[in-house]
Design a binder for this molecule. Structure first.
Ligand code: 1GP
Length: 252
């Protein structure tokens, strides 16, 4: 429970936590050191690693590099059972509860459970909810599941409550990586007001203002991925972190 407790602590102290999703296919290992030190300086709370589809990236070696050069926790964001790697600090044990595909709700979890037990990696049970975001995303296509319509926040609330009642520790409202449209603020607000577990929001967040809107709507963890795949954007990591860590700004 160490990493989960650290996330709760970050939420308590900063208002919300900030995770950056690193796609091992896209990160350039040459400049990784600079990226890591910028993330460290900005106070990033965690790196998510993994994805629905990995082509050439070597997840294990990227984790090793990050561990050598950074203190930021590494949380696996598994697209498949093969991404359960003991080198990471924790793993989002995601159950795709907006879909009705049993493999993504429990089947893969059964396959992964003995590996998790053996490795000692911390599983963080998370209800994963895909939200319609303008176009078909990789997560939607690869999982073969329909996202919740944008104008149906009540379905998102009912699904998130089911996750909470099943004992899951967090709920992830996901627009999908590279989403055209982010999860609507109204949906984030409604789900956050009804659920007592932390709500993670990600997908298509490309500026600090939007990140700030998500936390003001009640998100407790904000995830960005695509935006920092371009090195010219790295100078903005701190601005994103400050927009998310809104409690720290109030104190100053
Ligand atoms: C995907 O929510 C994350 O799982 C991040 O999305 O790459 O669009 O920032 P982006």
């Amino acid at each position: 429970m160490k990493i989960y407790n650290n996330i709760l602590k970050a939420i308590e102290e900063k208002g919300a936590a900030y995770f950056i999703l690193i796609d091992p296919d896209k990160i350039s290992e040459n400049n990784l050191s600079r990226f890591l030190s910028l993330a460290e300086e900005a106070g990033v709370d965690g790196f998510l690693l993994g994805g629905s589809l990995l082509l050439s990236g070597d997840l294990k070696s990227v984790i090793k590099r990050i561990k050598e050069e950074s203190q930021i926790p590494i949380i696996i964001f598994p697209g498949s059972v093969s991404q359960v790697l003991p080198e990471a600090d924790a793993l989002l044990y995601i159950s795709l509860i907006s879909g009705r595909n049993a493999d993504h709700i429990i089947g893969n979890h059964v396959l992964a459970a003995p590996m998790i037990k053996k490795s000692g990696i911390e599983p963080i049970s998370t209800g994963y909810i895909l939200v319609e975001s303008g176009k078909v995303t990789t997560a939607e296509y690869m999982s073969g599941s329909k996202p919740i319509p944008r104008n149906k926040p009540e379905i998102a609330v009912a699904t998130a409550l089911a996750a909470e009642f099943m004992g899951m520790k967090m709920v992830y409202l996901e627009g999908g990586s590279g989403a055209e449209l982010t999860v609507p603020n109204e949906m984030v607000k409604y789900v956050s007001s009804q659920c007592s577990i932390p709500v993670i929001v990600g997908g298509g967040i490309r500026d600090p203002k939007t990140a700030n809107e998500k936390v003001l709507s009640g998100a407790k963890v904000v995830v960005t991925g695509n935006y920092f795949e371009k090195e010219e954007n790295w100078s903005l990591i701190k601005e994103f972190a400050d927009a998310i860590h809104y409690k720290l700004q109030i104190k100053v």
